[in-house]
Design a protein around this ligand. Structure first.
Ligand SMILES: Nc1nc2c(ncn2[C@@H]2O[C@H](COP(=O)(O)OP(=O)(O)OP(=O)(O)O)[C@@H](O)[C@H]2O)c(=O)[nH]1
Ligand SMILES: [Mg+2]
Length: 178
């Protein structure tokens, strides 16, 4: 498997979000993998603790336990909010169970004709996911390189300070105005 070796520092994050929000497509784009995007039936562990979760983990309470145990040892949650949706899909309480995890907010599918990226960013802000937010489309490639660079930057040696401190530090480099 070649993926992961291209970006050895692209590590230690889990993509989380509703069914069909684009987690697998974004994971493969970040890894520059040409694997086919298929419905995720079970957690997929890529090299370096890059974890693609099934959307059922957030929209079916029966799977919350599986989600919690899957992300237990992972530092960063990459949460996807589709650009055409105002439904927030992280399970309530998740961020209380793991208050020290870093959460990176991503707007996915910005290419859709009914995309409203401002509304998607607002949904995340209203649910305590701090900016910067990354606007991405795996169809056009928008934002993928920028998100990859950001995630790689989290793995640099001085990123071991508390997740919240790091987030505050990075919030200034906002990728957009929200
Ligand atoms: N237009 C558009 N379609 C996308 C984008 N990203 C993903 N899709 C499509 O949306 C559908 C779902 O994408 P997936 O990556 O499988 O979504 P997922 O979040 O992994 O879904 P589950 O595995 O079911 O949780 C697929 O048909 C993708 O081709 C995008 O940026 N733009
Ligand atoms: Mg998937």
């Amino acid at each position: 498997m070649s993926e992961g070796f291209l970006h050895p520092d692209l590590a230690n994050f889990a993509l989380v979000g509703d069914v069909g929000c684009g987690k697998t497509a974004l994971t493969l784009a970040l890894l520059q993998s040409d694997e086919e995007v298929l419905k995720t039936q079970a957690v997929v562990f890529h090299p370096s603790h890059v974890v693609d979760t099934p959307g059922e983990f957030v929209n079916r309470p029966a799977y919350y336990g599986a989600l919690l145990s899957t992300i237990a040892e992972i530092d960063t949650i990459v949460y996807l909010q589709p650009a055409n949706s105002r439904a927030f899909s992280l399970p309530p309480g998740l961020l209380h169970v793991y208050p020290n995890k870093r959460v990176v907010g991503v707007v996915s599918k910005t290419d859709l004709p009914d995309a409203d990226t401002a509304a998607a960013c607002r949904v995340m802000a209203e649910h305590n996911i701090p900016p910067p937010y990354f606007l991405t489309s795996t169809k056009t490639g928008e934002g993928v390189d920028r998100l990859r660079s950001f995630l790689i930057g989290l793995q640099t040696p001085d990123s071991n300070i508390g997740a919240n401190d790091k987030h505050a530090e990075l919030a200034d480099v906002g990728e957009n105005g929200f």
